[in-house]
Design a protein. Structure first.
Length: 214
């Protein structure tokens, strides 16, 4: 595959979608053919899975049920959208990918679904494929959740099922992301997201240029 696959990761309210938009515009300006996408919900069928996962009561699904649905969404996303785009030479920029499942469903829920089980699901749904670069936006969860809830105020269907879980869940998943980055330093970079949109964008551009040799 010729295209590159870049993922943006992090807890709630880190500004991923804003940064994806800015990075996509920047890369297009450099002549890179790029598509932006997200998980869950990067495909029409995925949108239906997304609704099940991010709306409604917290206790309607447990960690295993969530992990299975996130990996189902991911597999469809890869087969229908990510891989075909990369085969055409396009770059794919995704708002979340599998690190979210390790951070939220394993670390967040205190191993209710283990890393070993998620590794197995990864092999089934994704195989040996991995992002070329993962940028993890790190922020104090209290600040991030507040931002995210403020943003949801104007939404008709509120996608805040995860925001409602207690703060210790969000602190654990934040640590999860830091552990993943420490284990895979070649793929992952952690950036402090508590800064201006423009300053963070400049840092992301620098990392993409350094790591992917633009
Ligand atoms: P979003 O708000 O970034 O669109 O993501 C939807 C929610 O789903 C967010 O609260 C994080 C959560 N999530 C997981 O718990 N596990 C996953 O694998 C993914 C992709 C998202």
């Amino acid at each position: 595959m010729q295209g590159k696959f870049i993922t943006l990761e992090g807890g709630e309210g880190t500004g991923k979608s804003t940064q994806i938009k800015l990075l996509s515009e920047y890369l297009q300006g450099k002549g890179v053919e790029i598509i932006t996408t997200k998980e869950p919900g990067g495909t029409p069928l995925g949108q239906e899975i997304r609704r099940l996962l991010v709306t409604g009561e917290q206790d309607k699904l447990d960690a295993v049920g969530e992990a299975l649905l996130f990996f189902a969404d991911r597999h469809i996303h890869l087969v229908k959208k990510i891989w075909p785009a990369m085969e055409k030479g396009q770059w794919v920029l995704s708002d979340r990918f599998a690190d979210s499942t390790f951070a939220y469903q394993c670390y967040g829920y205190q191993n209710k679904v283990s890393k070993e089980i998620l590794d197995e699901l990864y092999k089934i749904a994704v195989g040996s494929f991995k992002p070329d670069l993962t940028i993890i936006l790190d922020i104090d969860p209290k600040v991030g959740i507040e931002r995210s809830l403020r943003k949801a105020e104007g939404e008709v269907v509120k996608e805040i099922r995860f925001e409602g879980i207690d703060i210790s869940f969000h602190e654990r998943l934040r640590q999860g992301y830091l552990d993943i980055a420490a284990q895979e330093p070649k793929r992952c970079v952690v950036l402090d997201a508590n800064k201006s949109i423009e300053a963070l964008h400049q840092e992301i551009v620098r990392i993409v240029e350094e790591r992917l040799g633009l």
